[in-house]
Design a protein around this ligand. Structure first.
Ligand code: 13P
Length: 355
């Protein structure tokens, strides 16, 4: 197995992204998904409006105190702010590392149950990643999705295929100098209990790291982005926040190598407040491994902000974003006081979510 040309840089970027007290802002919604968000505040899904919204996020002064990296959609990586300065420059000025979603979305997985998918985008990925690097990106994201069903999903086939895809992606982008964020999301859809989620998630994450071993992925130059270990959205037995925190840490300890510098959770449809409270409790829980435990939230960082912005209120939008970023930064140190920052309790879960 050849060594990575970029080894030292990959390790440095990964530790910068995983530095204590900071997390990642996920703003890589596809054009279709961001359209749904904009529609919820009555704003049309045009390139100008997407630019105005994301430009508002990336000029929030002081955001870099809480946010280490931002994941962009390809359009944004190559876009300039309304004032003419490239979006990448705006992020760099805040001390935020630009990242890029490189997967090409989910496709049905032939031979599996009809809810199961594979994540596409491996063809030409080394070359695409090199172009993104030249444009200023230093890390990447690839989201594989697994679902738990009463009929026995995820199947062995889906676990193997999605783990392999994540490892192939990780190796490919490392070849071009990008730190891979490895995201095996387990959807909240379903009525399974938290123990079943834990068992499935352990199996999935272990399989991911076995595939990384086969592909020679440099683990010190990666981050893991899992879902939290929660019960299905339709499960009648609701776990307490303490139970979620403890079982999530247990799942991570059983499956994530200590050489991974950081685990950055996705919010997956949790409300803004729940996402902060669970993260905070995880950081109060005794744990054996030293990975930094933080966030890479999309909906749980942007929900209140989008509502405050409403297409024109720059200052209000930025204030709301900064409040959630600060709250989650505190939660990543176990120092968050629930309710100390404005937030929303609105559940952000939607069945069969695509990004
Ligand atoms: P959510 O936090 O909204 O789940 O999004 C994070 C993400 O990047 C999903 O791929």
């Amino acid at each position: 197995m050849t060594l990575h040309y970029y080894s030292e840089q990959l390790k440095k970027t990964a530790s910068a992204l995983a530095q204590p007290g900071k997390g990642i802002l996920a703003v890589d919604e596809s054009t279709k998904t961001v359209g749904k968000r904009l529609a919820s505040i009555g704003v049309e899904n045009t390139e100008e409006n997407r630019k105005a919204y994301r430009g508002m996020l990336f000029t929030t002064s002081g955001l870099g105190e809480y946010i280490s990296g931002a994941i962009l959609f390809e359009e944004t990586l190559f876009q300039s702010h309304q004032d003419g300065e490239p979006m990448v420059k705006k992020l760099e000025k805040l001390g935020i590392v630009p990242g890029i979603k490189v997967d090409k979305g989910l496709r049905p997985l032939p031979g599996a149950n009809d809810v199961e998918t594979l994540c596409s985008g491996l063809d030409g990925l080394v070359e695409r990643a090199a172009d993104y690097y030249a444009q200023g990106a230093r890390f990447a994201k690839w989201r594989a999705v697994l679902q738990i069903t009463e009929s026995g999903c995820p199947s062995k086939l889906s676990v193997k295929e999605n783990a392999w895809g994540l490892a192939r992606y990780a190796r490919a982008v490392q070849e071009s100098g990008l730190v891979p964020i490895i995201e095996p999301e387990i959807l909240m859809d379903g009525s399974h209990d938290i123990k079943r989620t834990a068992a499935v998630q352990e199996e999935v994450i272990k399989e991911v790291y076995m595939a990384c071993q086969t592909n020679g992925v440099l683990l010190e130059g990666t981050l893991l982005k899992p879902s939290m270990t929660v019960q299905g959205a339709d499960c009648p037995a609701k776990s307490t926040p303490d139970e979620v925190a403890k079982i999530t840490i247990q799942t991570m300890e059983r499956s994530v190598p200590a050489s991974v510098p950081g685990i950055v959770f996705l919010s997956g449809g949790l409300s803004e407040e729940a996402a902060s409270v669970y993260l905070n409790l995880m950081n109060k829980t005794e744990r054996k491994a030293k990975w930094n435990v933080s966030f890479s939230y999309g909906r749980a960082l942007q929900h209140s902000c989008l509502k405050a912005w409403k297409g024109e209120n720059l200052i209000e939008g930025q204030k709301a974003l900064k409040a959630r970023a600060q709250a989650n930064s505190e939660a990543s140190r176990g120092l968050y006081t629930p309710g100390s920052q404005p937030s929303s309790d609105e559940a952000l879960f939607v069945a069969g979510y695509t990004y």
